[in-house]
Design a binder for this molecule. Structure first.
Ligand code: SAM
Length: 188
């Protein structure tokens, strides 16, 4: 599932934005006020939701067609968001984005290197929220793209700078998913 695949996916979508991810909607109250970095933001259903809630949102993705749709949806709604065409594996480039109050990964599985690079950009007491399908989903639907599926507890205990607020496995009409919420520790 490379950039061309995702660009084609976004090109074939209708001119309608999907609903924001329920796990994000449910947990927005715990975010630190300010900015959010949306990693692999796609065409922006979550970025636009966050922008409407007053966050200064930066969306990054390697699919320019997704980012183009995001910008179109945003301008139709009078919202201003920052977008950057970046491969999430390019941690050097990510590091140049500056600091953020929060970060999200939704339906995207970062490498541990990217997870840690993004964690480093989040300010003290900021939130990192992640959710995607999990390994149970893969057992049930082996044809589902494994790149999108989190392994069991895959992101636990990866950084001593992150406190775990919540790790949940849940299921809904789409299948089996995991959710993580971390809070960046306060500076010593
Ligand atoms: C399933 S979509 C999720 C999009 C969005 N987060 C959402 O919840 O609607 C996965 C997204 O990951 C992006 N993506 C996949 N691999 C990437 C990479 N290496 N760097 C940046 N974006 C990537 C795709 O372009 C696509 O927009």
């Amino acid at each position: 599932m490379d950039k061309d695949y995702w660009n084609e996916q976004f090109r074939s979508r209708q001119n309608k934005l999907f609903s924001p991810e329920e796990y994000l909607v449910k947990n927005i109250e715990c975010f630190r006020p300010g900015s959010v970095l949306d990693v692999a933001c796609g065409d922006g259903r979550n970025a636009i939701f966050l922008s409407k809630h007053g966050y200064d949102v930066t969306g990054i993705d390697f699919a320019n067609e997704g980012l183009r749709r995001l910008r179109d949806f945003a301008s139709t709604q009078g919202l201003r968001l920052n977008t950057h065409e970046i491969n999430a594996d390019d941690t050097e480039r990510i590091t140049t984005l500056g600091q953020f109050d929060n970060a999200i990964f939704v339906h995207f599985k970062p490498s541990i290197k990217t997870f840690l690079a993004v964690s480093n950009l989040v300010r003290s007491n900021g939130i990192i929220l992640m959710t995607s399908f999990n390994y149970r989903h893969l057992l049930k639907s082996p044809q589902f793209p494994s790149q999108l599926c989190y392994g069991e507890a895959e992101f636990l205990n990866r950084s001593s700078l992150l406190d775990l607020v919540e790790y949940v496995s849940y299921s809904d009409e789409r299948g089996f998913l995991d959710g993580y919420i971390f809070r960046k520790q306060s500076a010593p």
